[in-house]
Design a protein around this ligand. Structure first.
Ligand code: SF4
Length: 311
């Protein structure tokens, strides 16, 4: 049987913000005897959520499902001030696992709104991070997803416009939307570089470096993980068939029939162990050679939330 090659994109899998959020819940579960509630999925990955649930974490959609006075963790995607206020009103012990890079976007939103600008947020409707960021200045923020949305924009003062972006967007698509915004609003202001985070950017660069060489790309990640979905789309834009899989059980044998070279990566919320399981599963079908292609080395680490450190 001919040997298959697995091109392993690097960096891939967990980012610093995801590790911090998972560690925070893990440590709270160890340190505190009372139930630990988590508002929304701590990170968008079914395996991570199932693992923490098995250790006792209780995931809820909204704070009204959390008993008064209980401990609740806010997910890595961040929350709006309205949610924070509700937690204070309810006497909840709220622990904020928002990724510091999302918190930075919130700070920018407050600053831009404070100077009287309309904020154009480039992002995906309904994503928790977008809801949290828009909540900083709901009256002054409008959401655009694409160039057509920019064309349809009508803003009160074209000279007082700032932009922000969701942290997990496709770099190339966002550049297009930003270009359209700049063309329409020449006085546009915003962050020095778009807020797409280092982890999202690195994972896209790493995949772009292997996508055209591969006959097939597998992206490990959950369907509601924005950065994982973007990776599968990126591979397809490079002309390569790509599948988003939660883990090895999702692989269909016929995908691999004609695939001599398989590109493999994982979104920032997908555990590294799943990537190894995918390799092991492919290896069951015949000999494989794994070749890792590293485009960047990540050294970013974030401190745990203060309340967790104290615990
Ligand atoms: Fe933070 Fe980026 Fe990871 Fe999101 S993907 S948690 S913004 S580092």
């Amino acid at each position: 049987m001919t040997k298959r090659t697995i091109l392993l994109a690097s960096p891939r899998s967990f980012c610093a913000g995801v590790e911090r959020a998972i560690d925070a819940v893990d440590l709270l579960l160890t340190d505190r005897p009372e139930p630990i509630y988590v508002r929304k999925q701590i990170v968008h990955n079914t395996h991570v959520v199932a693992d923490l649930e098995s250790k006792g974490a209780v995931f809820v959609d909204e704070l009204d499902q959390v008993p008064d006075g209980a401990t609740v963790v806010f997910s890595a995607h961040g929350v709006s001030p309205a949610v924070r206020d509700e937690a204070v009103r309810r006497g909840l012990d709220a622990i904020d696992a928002t990724c510091p890079l999302v918190t930075k976007v919130h700070s920018e939103a407050k600053r831009y709104a404070g100077r009287g600008d309309t904020i154009v947020l480039i992002g995906h409707a309904g994503h928790e991070e977008v809801e949290g960021t828009m909540g900083e200045a709901p009256e002054q923020t409008v959401l655009v997803e694409n160039v057509a949305d920019v064309a349809a924009l009508e803003l009160p003062d074209p000279d007082r416009v700032s932009y922000l972006t969701q942290t997990t967007l496709a770099v190339d698509e966002t550049a297009e939307v930003l270009g359209a915004l700049r063309a329409k609003y020449p006085a546009l202001r915003g962050p020095d570089s778009a807020d797409i985070c280092y982890a999202t950017t690195n994972r896209q660069d790493a995949l772009a470096a292997i996508a055209t060489e591969a006959d097939l790309v597998l992206v490990v990640g959950s369907a509601n993980s924005s950065n994982s979905v973007r990776l599968a789309e990126l591979a397809r834009r490079h002309g390569t068939t790509a599948y988003l899989i939660d883990g090895p059980d999702d692989i269909e044998a016929e995908w691999l029939d004609q695939a001599a070279v398989i590109g493999l990566t994982a979104g920032a919320s997908a555990p590294p162990v799943l990537v190894q399981s995918v390799i092991d599963t492919i290896a069951l079908l015949g000999p494989v050679e794994v070749v890792e292609r590293e485009v960047a080395r990540e050294t970013v680490r974030f401190h745990l939330p203060a309340a967790v450190k104290q615990a």
